[in-house]
Write a protein that binds this ligand. Structure first.
Ligand code: PMV
Length: 328
């Protein structure tokens, strides 16, 4: 180890991503291996900024949004840093200061952007020298969806057929510039963490095998729709994958209900907009927020319609974003 020439402080930013073909379920908890592949878009403007500073061996310090991070989050970050230290053969502690410019842990993918930024910063500070695929596989061990947030545009994440699954970009943002209107229906942090929810679903849902078996066909169709820039096909497929995932969640025991009344009202509003000729579809993750993906020309109407839905507390309108990057 040559600590004199190594950077001791590094800052990285990464954008959240939203899956259009969803990931839910782990093939193996050890190593955080997803049970299914997934396909996502990376968002612009929303971001996690993560600054890490290396110190002498000892406990890590984790700050989140300007305050001391909750103990459960700090433990998760330290467990991730243990993997980095093991790989680097370097016992130094890390001071982590991470912040999000959007609601944290509320189904807006803050763990995806946060762990992608942390993986990138750690690769730099600990001089790991990982290539893109290795970096994405490392980020996966912090959060499955973080593997996708290393890359901009349209991104595909592998399933358990790879020994150490990682994501890869399939189409840059500028090749098909879509807009995303996020309807925030609650600012509260979510009640069930995704890992617990995924384990419960695998153990108790009678629909779990059907979810796994029908996934390859969804991925193939979504990839074809992206390659052909076929909005209608991608819309149909994405809503199907989203509703299938929520049907799966609802069928766990006890059932996982991530929606509130405004979530359902937003789904109906998006369907009405589509009947009126707008190019728009919805997707929803493990939280009550609705993301409406649309053609840029329809973004104003979609935002106005969703802002008027009772229970929507805020709307954000973003485009598709780029790769995670070091910013210092
Ligand atoms: O990366 P995790 O463990 O937070 O899981 C993400 C799961 C969903 O957001 C619901 C779906 C997805 O593919 O992002």
């Amino acid at each position: 180890m040559n600590s004199i020439t190594k950077p001791v402080a590094t800052c990285a930013i990464a954008h959240p991503n939203i899956a259009l073909v969803k990931y839910w379920g782990k093939a193996r908890v050890e190593g955080n291996i997803p049970a299914v592949p997934s396909l996502s878009i990376t968002l612009d403007q929303l971001c996690s900024e993560t600054r890490i500073t290396l110190g002498p061996p000892g406990p890590d310090v984790v700050m989140l949004n300007g305050g001391v991070a909750p103990a459960s989050f700090a433990r998760r970050v330290s467990a991730f840093l243990d993997l980095v230290r093991q790989r680097a053969g370097d016992r130094r502690s890390v001071h982590v200061a991470t912040s999000n410019n959007f609601p944290t842990a509320a189904g807006l993918a803050s763990s995806a952007s946060g762990f992608a930024a942390l993986a990138l910063a750690a690769n730099d500070a600990f001089d790991l020298g990982l290539d893109d695929g290795q970096l994405s596989a490392l980020a996966r061990q912090g959060s499955g969806s973080a593997a996708r947030s290393l890359f901009g545009g349209f991104v595909e994440m592998a399933g358990p057929q790879l020994e150490s699954p990682h994501a890869k970009p399939i189409l840059p943002a500028e090749a098909w510039p879509l807009s995303v209107v996020v309807a925030v229906t609650s600012r509260a942090a979510k009640t069930h963490l995704s890992t617990e929810g995924m384990n419960l679903t695998r153990q108790t849902s009678p629909f779990y095998e059907a979810w796994i078996e029908s996934h390859t066909a969804d991925m193939d169709a979504a990839r074809a729709a992206v390659n052909a820039r076929d909005f209608g096909a991608l819309a149909q497929l994405s809503e199907h994958s989203c509703l299938k995932m929520h049907g799966l969640m609802l069928s766990a025991r006890p059932g996982l209900v991530y929606w509130n009344p405004a979530t359902v009202a937003c789904i109906n509003a998006v369907r009405t907009l589509r009947e009126e000729g707008r190019h728009v579809f919805f997707t929803i993750d493990a939280g009550p927020q609705v993301k409406a993906v649309c053609e840029p020309g329809d973004a104003h109407s979609v935002r106005d319609a969703l802002a008027g839905v009772p229970g929507v507390v805020e709307t954000l309108c973003v485009g598709l974003g780029g790769d995670a990057r070091i910013v210092d």
